[in-house]
Ligand binder design. Structure first.
Ligand code: ADP
Ligand code: ZN
Length: 222
């Protein structure tokens, strides 16, 4: 199975992908996570990417596409994958097309104002990257409960400290939304015209969403 998870930054796709990929026996490839790892270890690639990430801009295509090509060429990607954060513009999607054929694009639908509230409340484990969220959102039929660790500020999985991502501040979050509308939304129309897109409304937390998404995937890919 070769699947793209698509949607606004902060739509929850990273959380869903990290849970669903192991369930389907495929790998989760997140270019944002890969860039953050490069930044954390201070590689030349990380140093280059950091400024773009802070500004909520896309890292240049040639750099991103090269990094992605190396990742997708690894053995574990042969059994299938969920792409999270790639492709993010038309040039990246064309590069992807030359590498492999995608079965399905799952598009997560959620309003920008909810995303912003949720994104400001995101916390990440500094050791293992596990994601938590401290906001409790109720609006109409939408109910996004918090995703709290058992002990405040500490990761359940590994005991690491939780932190707020540097790029999870209001300005950058808003810039990332604008970048999405400008550069990534046209990509969605491109996939839609090819009949590859299944829309999924984000109405609940991961516990509620994960089975819904797995169902959509199993019905769409035989
Ligand atoms: P979010 O979904 O909150 O934007 P990500 O972890 O997907 O977070 O990405 C963080 C940042 O990494 C992006 O804002 C961008 O600067 C960079 N990035 C991630 N994926 C790509 C990509 N495919 N192309 C260019 N830049 C990317
Ligand atoms: Zn952890």
């Amino acid at each position: 199975m070769k699947i793209i998870f698509f949607g606004r930054p902060g739509s929850g796709k990273g959380t869903y992908a990290s849970r669903i990929a192991p369930h389907l026996g495929i790998v989760h490839i997140a270019t944002g996570d890969m860039f953050r790892a490069e930044v954390a270890t201070g590689t030349p690639l990380g140093k280059l990417a950091e400024g773009y990430m802070k500004a909520g801009n896309l890292v240049p295509d040639d750099v991103t596409i090269n990094m992605f090509k190396e990742r997708i060429a690894k053995d574990d990607a042969k059994k299938g994958f969920i792409l999270d954060g790639f492709p993010r513009d038309l040039e990246q999607s064309h590069a992807l097309e030359k590498i492999t054929k995608i079965d399905l694009v799952v598009n997560f639908v959620i309003d920008e104002d909810i995303i912003i509230e949720k994104a400001l409340a995101r916390r990440i484990c500094e050791k293992c990257g596990n994601i938590y969220n401290i906001a409790d959102i109720k609006r109409g039929n939408i109910r996004l409960p918090p995703l709290l660790p058992k002990k405040e500020g500490i990761c359940d999985k590994c005991g690491g400290n939780l932190y707020q991502r540097k790029d999870d501040n209001y300005e950058t979050i808003k810039d990332r939304q604008d970048t999405y509308v400008r550069q990534s939304a046209p990509l969605l129309e491109y996939y839609r015209q090819k009949g590859m897109v299944k829309d999924v409304s984000v109405i609940g937390g991961p516990e509620q969403m994960v089975p819904i998404i797995i169902d959509v995937i199993k019905k769409s890919i035989k």
